[in-house]
Design a protein around this ligand. Sequence first.
Ligand code: THU
Length: 160
Amino acid sequence: MKTSELKICYKVRSHSELSFDEQVLLKSASEAAIKAYAPYSHFRVGAAVKLANGEILSGCNQENAAYPSGLCAERVTVFYANAIYPDIAVETLLITVLDENGDYRSRAIPPCGACRQVLTETESRQKSPMRVLLVGKDEVLEFDSASDLLPFIFTSNELL
Ligand code: THU
């Protein structure tokens, strides 16, 4: 038997280190989070993407009384971007969460597994990495690629 080890590199940053472009993306994600339809969890997630054509699009989680029918903010946003611009790459995805008072959560909140699966397939589809920024009040985590968040990804190669 052999034991292997995986190493994931990411940056730990702070709000004050956000560039102007990143602050614009954060504003867009925060405004989206306020519009979240989250009457069941009250967990307001906002996401914003910067596309290769410079456009910024945003989205938020959409819940449903039939719980599994709802969708996370990340997938709402990336599917929205791909629906409008199927051939334009998503360069950066920023995710943030607001509490019921509209304040940032202190910790950076990572995307769920299903969202990671969609984000990594989006990277394969666009043939370029998607930078991911997870923004909390006290920490900002930056990943160069969504695939860094999902080791052992299931890809279309597995279907062959
Ligand atoms: N949620 C997201 O929007 N993104 C995630 O990655 C995790 C969870 C949403 C789904 C649901 O509306 C609420 O947060 C609680 O799970």
